[in-house]
Write a protein that binds this ligand. Sequence first.
Ligand code: F3S
Ligand code: F3S
Length: 112
Amino acid sequence: TYVIAQPCIDVVDRACVEECPVDCIYEGERALYIHPDECVDCGACEPVCPVEAIYYEDDLPAEFTPYLQDNADFFFETLPGRDEPLASPGGAAKMGALGVDTPLVSSNPPQG
Ligand code: F3S
Ligand code: F3S
């Protein structure tokens, strides 16, 4: 899977969303998250991000490796403000902005 890492936080450019052929990039509050089971590894999102937040899982810089698990946690864990896991909705557009983030994303001080 591809992964959205720390540079997305508080930037949320959303250029990646337009490129994804399977609509698997979901919007939280301060960042976006790629669904690891819905992403088909096409890679179209990676070059369009202006802050280089997107990486293939094996290419994550060391400081961003926690975001591999974190993108999955956004879908499969309960989160502050969301009591049920999101699981696999099968499309981000119909979900809109979800208004919650993972603890890892929320722990970042305001960026930019
Ligand atoms: Fe979509 Fe990027 Fe995966 S464009 S299919 S999230 S590699
Ligand atoms: Fe974030 Fe970059 Fe997409 S800033 S919303 S990962 S284009």
